[in-house]
Design a binder for this molecule. Structure first.
Ligand SMILES: NC(=O)c1ccc[n+]([C@@H]2O[C@H](COP(=O)([O-])OP(=O)(O)OC[C@H]3O[C@@H](n4cnc5c(N)ncnc54)[C@H](O)[C@@H]3O)[C@@H](O)[C@H]2O)c1
Ligand SMILES: [Zn+2]
Length: 363
């Protein structure tokens, strides 16, 4: 097992990464103020991992409530959140009862938001079971639900007590979900870690076949990158944390534009990163070879590199709900070079329209 620390004054916490951590109840109880917990999971993960996980916790003397929400991005909404509150209240869940998020980013974001608001805040533990959640969403304390008008529009910054990343759970992950997670892994290379990007160019095929050593390295390096960014700018105030949003302005527009659950988050981010790279190229910061490298690695990870057909105005309207909008003006994460992303409002309508237009097809 590997332990990384997210350094945040009095809100810091460990990320445990390793095999078979789901049965390490000592790691859980260590971070629980009382031996009561509510596990939130989804309808796909529940049959796979909930029986053994709850049996292990029960054997460790933890009194447990379980909450199963329907799987899928379209359920990261108000209804699911309310159903969590209904069960917590019916079970007389207390301030010291820990919420445990067992699942992907949808379960993690929902449970985190429930933990931030139930009784004005209760402890929670993230147990990510998708690659995307292991390398990204479980770390950093962003929690939210979607609104029909925009992704993640209602939420809170709320850090967990600990993240327990059991890499064994990846064995059951569908291939399409594995690819979606790789989009966020590749993102770290593009925004701040060129060495890692180059390592990924060499090792992407090994990751696609879930080679354990390659996978363990990619997860650890991704979490290190994420933890460093979060420690530097927890609440997205300096522009540094915003770089984690590379490709997301376009990606979120795709996700809500085609309907939540149609494109996976990681797929939308992959296509969105290509638009961002194209825009960076139009502005003279990336070369054609750089764009080619980005498209190539995404394709090797079986991710989309073109955006779905929607009117340009529709894209602009959807992007207008981006959380980075300031003073009514869109802001973008671009690359000044490979491995160096930054936040800027300095993009003309023409450059934006032309980058989007060029991204409907692969060149
Ligand atoms: N909070 C953050 O910082 C942050 C960062 C990135 C993404 N996100 C959010 O994360 C969400 C995407 O997360 P995701 O890609 O994990 O999606 P997800 O939670 O929908 O999981 C993907 C699918 O895999 C299934 N699944 C989960 N674990 C499994 C396993 N071990 N074996 C088999 N099936 C399994 C799920 O039931 C679901 O069908 C989006 O809502 C996105 O906005 C949040
Ligand atoms: Zn993302």
């Amino acid at each position: 097992m590997h332990t990384l620390q997210v350094s945040l004054e009095n809100r810091g916490y460990p990320i445990y990464i390793g095999e078979k951590l789901l049965s390490r109840t000592d790691l859980f109880t260590k971070h629980m103020p009382q031996r009561r917990a509510a596990v939130v999971t989804d309808s796909n993960v529940a049959p796979l991992y909930l029986p053994s996980f709850s049996a292990a916790l029960a054997a460790a003397g933890v009194e447990l409530t379980t909450i199963v929400i329907p799987a899928g991005e379209q359920h990261k909404d108000w209804h699911s959140l309310n159903s969590i509150f209904d069960t917590l209240l019916a079970a007389r869940s207390e301030r010291k009862t820990t919420l445990i998020a067992l699942g992907g980013g949808v379960v993690g974001d929902l449970t985190g938001f429930a933990a931030a608001t139930y009784l004005r805040g209760v402890p929670f533990i993230q147990v990510p079971t998708t690659l995307l959640a292991l390398v990204d969403s479980s770390v950093g304390g962003k929690t939210a639900i979607n609104h029909p008008l925009g992704k993640n529009m209602i939420g809170a910054f709320y850090q967990p007590q600990a993240v327990l990343a059991d890499t064994v759970t990846l064995a059951t992950l569908p291939a399409r979900e594995l690819s979606a997670g790789l989009a966020e892994v590749i993102k770290y290379g593009l925004i701040r870690d060129l060495d890692f990007f180059e390592w990924l160019e060499t090792n992407i095929d090994a990751l696609m076949i879930r080679d354990p050593a390659a996978m363990a390295y990619a997860i650890q390096r991704s979490c290190e990158n994420k933890a460093a960014v979060v420690a530097a700018d927890e609440r997205e105030e300096t522009g540094e944390r915003a770089t984690l949003n590379l490709g997301h302005t376009f990606g979120h527009a795709i996700e809500s534009g085609v309907g939540y659950g149609q494109w996976l988050h990681g797929e939308a981010v992959a296509a969105g990163m290509v638009v961002a790279a194209r825009l960076s190229k139009k502005m003279g910061m990336l070369g054609a070879d750089d764009l080619g490298r980005i498209v190539s690695i995404l394709e090797r990870a079986r991710l989309p590199v073109t955006i779905p057909v929607m009117e340009l105005d529709r894209y602009l309207e959807l992007m207008g709900h981006d959380k980075k909008v300031e003073g009514g003006k869109l802001r973008f994460i671009l690359m000044k070079a490979m491995g160096q992303a930054y936040l800027t409002a300095d993009v003309t309508q023409d450059q934006l329209a032309s980058a989007l237009n060029d991204s409907f097809k692969r060149d």
